[in-house]
Design a protein around this ligand. Structure first.
Ligand SMILES: [Zn+2]
Ligand SMILES: [Zn+2]
Length: 431
């Protein structure tokens, strides 16, 4: 891994690039197998995803950047297999970081030897050990969360949301750094305070489908306070949305602006102690992009937080059925002990599409994805509609969606269709 400042990655394969010579030319890492394309260098700060690997063991989901001794251009083994230009900043996966924190650097070496495919080659083990020592002996305190690692998605349930929020809040208040390119370091305390105040919105799978369709053609939208279902909030979709694969967004008010922060989930595939450490130290969500918006700012339809704006608009045009989620007794008690009001979790579904269950049966608590027993409307287009004082303002409304669901299922005529086709008229309309 190269120095984080000014680091470049290839826009085509998303691999971090090494430099050769002065002035530098950017080259793919020598051990990387590509389809032969020339590297297209772009600053890492412009990418949501960078295909890094752990510099200790090669794991594809590195989580921390550590700064240590300068280790460059080291060849390992006689097979001329691996040459790396590490530099002073190394990426570490959660498992290697756990071993390092526990003082078990021998485990890190074992893991590296295993994953790099050196088998029992004693000389290779010695070289790896030497390399790790050179870095770790000069390690500086602190570490920075890597936000560009694209983990497979982790499903977050509505019941988990209070804990997910509280871990995120703790991370913002903690000592671990975020990349300076996110530009939220100074606002971390305000963001944490805003999250503490936030109602938590959990978007069910049908509404997530609707939002995903709707955001694809979202026009530019003027930000206003009354667009938001609450002044501060944390919203999660039931699966990652948009090509950015984001799962959550927070909006927190800070004087005359809001911090909009998009998140992806981290940790899928981990288990045992490394998973426990990640959940304790980071939680479930890692911030991907941050933006500041003010009242009346025009947010482009392709903004990183566009999926949030589309979801807000759908809620504002009354396409949503919002109901409180059951809060686990243990969670309520824990909040009470901490002298906090019980968390508010709101489940957002398409209005009128709530699955009917056979009489006498109820879905078990925590049941996922109910079977669709009705058809509903999920795609359409946006049209700017006047609203507000003297109908002087314009806001996009999503109309003419198409049918989805089992062919023989009844269509919910009196619900979503009415709402999405002819949005609730403003009082001004009737004059
Ligand atoms: Zn490439
Ligand atoms: Zn590792």
């Amino acid at each position: 891994m190269k120095a984080p400042r000014g680091e470049m990655a290839c826009q085509i394969c998303l691999a971090p690039l090494n430099t050769l010579g002065v002035p530098p030319t950017y080259v793919h890492p020598i051990q990387l197998t590509t389809d032969g394309h020339e590297p297209v260098p772009v600053p890492v700060s412009q990418l949501d995803t960078v295909h890094r690997t752990c510099d200790f063991c090669g794991d594809p989901y590195p989580t921390w950047t550590l700064v240590g001794g300068d280790v460059s251009a080291v060849a390992i083994g006689s097979r001329a297999g691996l040459v790396q230009n590490f530099g002073r900043a190394w990426a570490a996966c959660v498992t290697c970081q756990t071993h390092i924190d526990d003082g078990r650097t021998d485990n890190v070496i074992d893991r590296a030897v295993r994953t790099l495919g050196f088998g029992n080659h004693p000389q290779a083990r010695e070289r790896v050990a030497h390399l790790h020592r050179a870095f770790l002996h000069a390690r500086l305190p602190g570490r920075t969360l890597i936000t560009t690692t694209a983990w497979p998605p982790t499903t977050i349930s509505a019941r988990e949301l209070p804990k997910v929020r509280d871990r995120l809040t703790r991370f913002y208040r903690g000592a671990d750094d975020l990349p300076t390119t996110l530009r939220i370091n100074e606002a971390r305390p305000q963001i944490a305070d805003g999250l503490d105040r936030s109602p938590l919105f959990w978007i069910d799978s049908n509404f997530t489908d609707l939002a995903e369709h709707a955001v694809a053609h979202l026009p530019d939208v003027t930000i206003s306070r009354d667009l938001m279902p609450s002044t501060d909030g944390l919203l999660t979709w039931s699966r990652p949305v948009t090509p950015r694969r984001i799962t959550a967004v927070s909006w927190t008010s800070d004087e005359d602006r809001w911090h909009l922060i998009t998140y992806r989930t981290a940790g899928a595939g981990l288990d045992g102690k490394p998973l426990q450490r990640l959940r304790e130290q980071v939680g479930w969500l890692t911030p991907i992009r941050a933006a500041h918006v003010r009242e009346h700012d025009l947010l482009p339809g392709d903004h990183p937080a566009a999926a949030l704006v589309a979801t807000w608009l759908l809620i504002a045009q009354q396409a949503a059925d919002i109901r409180p989620a059951d809060i686990a007794k243990a969670v309520r008690k824990a909040y009470a002990r901490a002298d906090r009001p019980a968390p508010q979790v709101r489940i957002v579904g398409i209005r009128g599409s709530r699955t009917t269950t056979p009489s006498g049966t109820r879905p078990a608590p925590g049941d996922s994805a109910p079977v669709r027993t009705t058809r509903f409307w999920v795609s359409g287009h946006w049209r700017n509609q006047p609203y507000g004082p003297g109908r002087s303002l314009r806001r996009p409304v999503y109309i003419n969606p198409f049918l989805r669901g089992p062919d023989d299922a009844p269509i919910k005529l009196h619900t979503t269709v009415r709402i999405l086709r002819s949005p609730k008229r403003q009082p001004e309309d009737q004059q």
